[in-house]
Design a protein around this ligand. Structure first.
Ligand code: R5P
Length: 303
């Protein structure tokens, strides 16, 4: 069973290096790690209903809010806005812990008039009353650090070393190469040989969605006869990871293990990838049956 970091009754307690005692609020979608003290439901017409029974205790205080923004990101995001606005009303200073930030991949516009939803999402979170977001391996970061993005102050934490440590348990005494899936994953492997696949994309083809498909991936280092941990910040449809696995196999790697921080595993990608490699796992920033590495210790390190 996982260690819980909640205090006995839940509302007062944990303080992530911020100097003062914070009030802790936990959404039901964080119940795998903490005891929830926010109630979220729906009215018969589908409208969201939220109750924070202890809201009076938050007035004028520092609040640490745990709320996942995936799956069902649009609903989870609206729930967040309702909670933040209510806390702003009573002058609480809010630090939000949302381990996976949806829309983060859309931080650049390809098409004229396209809304860069990463920026807008962060602005909305800040303007609704969030003073700081703590998140993990956010797409537009390439290291652990704090940064202002639009209106929002973000503290980005990385689970790279934790994924590598878990892979060591899988490989046991056998040696393995640590390989980033692409340039975006290079920061995850920079202290471990700095090897990553080079990826090129096709020209934009005029789909309604601003997305450029992958043209080619190349392995310009030697993995022949060696075990490989292939690592990325996220697996969504799985198509990038599957292409990377194929390339690593063509380069004659021995055993392959696959890891990602955020395992969305859309459609049948979980099965497809599992069938190609020795093992596949992710962290619990997004919950799934493959979420083997917990963010809990990392959150505790902040305390
Ligand atoms: C790309 O820059 C990301 O790091 C991931 O490689 C990508 O977003 C994964 O998407 P999918 O699983 O749909 O290929």
């Amino acid at each position: 069973m996982r260690l819980k970091i909640s205090g006995p009754k839940g509302i007062e307690g944990w303080n992530p290096s911020l100097g003062t005692k914070m009030i802790k609020l936990v959404s039901p979608n964080f119940s795998d790690l903490f005891e929830p003290n926010i109630e979220i439901g729906k009215f018969p017409d589908g409208n969201t209903h939220i109750r924070i029974p202890d809201i009076k205790a938050c007035a004028g205080k520092e609040v640490l809010l745990f709320h996942r923004l995936y799956p069902d990101q649009n609903t989870a995001f609206f729930e967040l806005l309702l909670i933040l606005e209510a806390l702003k009303e009573i002058k609480a200073q809010v630090t939000l812990v949302a381990p996976y930030l949806p829309y983060a991949r859309h931080d650049k516009a390809l098409l004229e008039g396209e809304i860069t939803s990463a920026q807008v999402t962060c602005n909305l979170i800040a303007r609704a009353g969030c003073d700081k977001l703590i998140t993990f391996d956010c797409h537009f970061f390439d290291e652990e650090r704090e940064m202002q993005f639009g209106d929002l102050l973000i503290q980005n934490l990385s689970m790279g070393n934790e994924l590598i440590a878990y892979a060591r348990q899988i490989f046991g005494s056998e040696k393995f190469e640590i390989v980033g899936l692409d340039k975006g994953a290079a920061y995850l492997v920079k202290d471990h040989g700095n090897q990553y696949l080079k990826k090129s994309r096709k020209a934009y083809e005029g789909d309604k969605v601003g997305y450029r498909h992958i043209e080619e991936m190349t392995v310009d280092f030697d993995v022949a006869g060696r075990n490989v941990l292939l690592i990325d910040d996220m697996i969504s449809t799985g198509s990038t990871m599957i292409k990377g696995i194929e390339k690593i196999k063509e380069a004659s790697a021995s055993q392959i293990v696959v890891a990602a921080v955020h395992g969305l595993f859309l459609a049948d990608s979980k099965e497809q990838i599992s069938n190609l490699v020795e093992a596949v796992f992710s962290t619990d920033t997004v919950l799934s049956s493959l979420a083997s590495v917990s963010i809990n210790n990392k959150l505790n390190q902040l305390a």
